[in-house]
Design a protein around this ligand. Structure first.
Ligand code: FES
Length: 121
């Protein structure tokens, strides 16, 4: 018998959390919550919105979510063989499911201006 973890994800769009989906994923000691979420997207439900970039290097900070009510990085939070509640950050603009706008407004503006300058040559 294999050991599993259950990831319960609060879902919705634009701050309207309309549903909760639960996914049973294989558990192996040492895995991260992000590993479990990537399993969900690859094998169970590709519609779950998550964001990550550096894949466990803990440098991009894009995977920040709430794990059992506490803010954490999905890539460093350990997957556990039990039900885990995953929610978007409560203090950031909500986009969809677990994705929030994590970059500070001035960084978003600087990035947009740099991209525009590059496009304009
Ligand atoms: S994926 Fe980059 S900090 Fe978690």
């Amino acid at each position: 018998m294999s050991i599993t973890a259950t990831l319960t994800v609060r879902r919705g769009e634009g701050g309207q959390m309309t549903t909760t989906s639960s996914y049973e994923v294989p558990y192996t000691p040492g895995q991260s919550v992000l590993d479990g979420l990537r399993y969900v997207r690859a094998h169970l439900d590709p519609t779950v919105a998550i964001r990550h970039s550096c894949l466990s290097a803990n440098t991009c900070k894009e995977c920040m979510i709430q794990v059992d009510g506490k803010v954490d990085y999905a890539c460093t939070a350990r997957l556990e063989p039990r039900e885990m509640l995953l929610e978007p950050l409560g203090n950031k603009a909500h986009l969809r499911d677990l994705v929030t706008e994590v970059a500070p407004p001035d960084e978003r503006l600087a990035h947009a201006l740099a991209a525009r300058a590059k496009a304009e040559g």
